[in-house]
Design a binder for this molecule. Structure first.
Ligand code: 13P
Length: 246
């Protein structure tokens, strides 16, 4: 039985004060049946660690460098994230692929850097609207996942995979539970061909998950939780989504 995982991706939002209020709200609502985590912007990670002391809510980052250390101005290493207490690192979010030119191989290299330090990469895959309409959804997500499978090798089971259709992110258009399940089943089959641990791996859905659609998405056979953007910024909304993950 896979324990569900619900992760808040705060993206580039928040202040010290609003983060403190949000985390206090989440802590007041604990415990959850699912595992819950929040991925905060880099400057706030250290204060989030303090705010989450004694809580079961895990902390994650939204990106990392593929390099271990060195002259990479502006980059943040996985070792630094591990050092301050992060457990998760999102890699290959579609916003990074689209706005920062991240390739399938760079995403895979980042996932490898995360695993090397004992943290858990949340590897995002997903098709654009044009790709879906052209009938290329399966081909695109398989290509994105394949790079990670080949680069991580026997470490692949340590990763979490998030299916985030680009057309559903921040648009209010959610994939229907059936549409999401169809892709999750494809990804699970691809993982089964690569590792005997595929059935223990968690596959998250992301893209306009809200309190009122979370339960039907999470009820699908291969959906093991969610990666939540906008609705993770309000304690009541994120709490309701966590409660829908049983
Ligand atoms: P929204 O929940 O705001 O659509 O964002 C999804 C997402 O990109 C999470 O990583």
């Amino acid at each position: 039985m896979r324990r569900k995982l619900v992760v808040g991706n705060w993206k580039m939002h928040g202040t010290l004060a609003s983060n403190a209020e949000l985390l206090a709200g989440l802590r007041a609502a604990e415990p959850f049946v699912c595992e819950a985590a929040v991925c905060a912007p880099f400057p706030y990670l250290a204060s989030c660690v303090l705010a989450l002391q004694g809580s079961h809510i895990a902390l994650g980052a939204q990106d990392c460098s593929a390099h271990e250390q060195g002259a990479y101005t502006g980059e943040v290493s996985v070792a630094m994230l591990a050092d301050i207490g992060c457990r998760y690192v999102i890699v290959g979010h579609s916003e990074r692929r689209a706005y920062h030119g991240e390739t399938d191989q760079l995403v895979a290299d980042k996932a490898k850097a995360v695993v090397a330090k004992g943290l858990v990469p949340i590897v995002c895959v997903g098709e654009t609207l044009a790709e879906r309409e052209a009938g290329h959804t399966a081909e695109v997500v398989k290509r994105q996942l394949s790079a990670v499978i080949h680069t991580l090798g026997h470490c692949m089971p340590q990763a979490v995979v998030a299916y985030e259709p680009v057309w559903a992110i921040g648009t209010g258009k959610t994939a229907s539970p059936e549409q999401a399940q169809e892709v999750h089943a494809l990804l699970r089959a691809q993982l089964r061909a690569a590792t005997s641990h595929a059935d223990q791996m968690r596959l998250l859905y992301g893209g306009s998950v809200k309190a009122d659609n979370a339960a039907s998405l999470f009820a699908q056979a291969d959906i093991d939780g969610g990666l939540i953007g906008g609705a993770s910024l309000k304690a009541a909304d994120f709490t309701a989504i966590c409660r829908a993950a049983l």
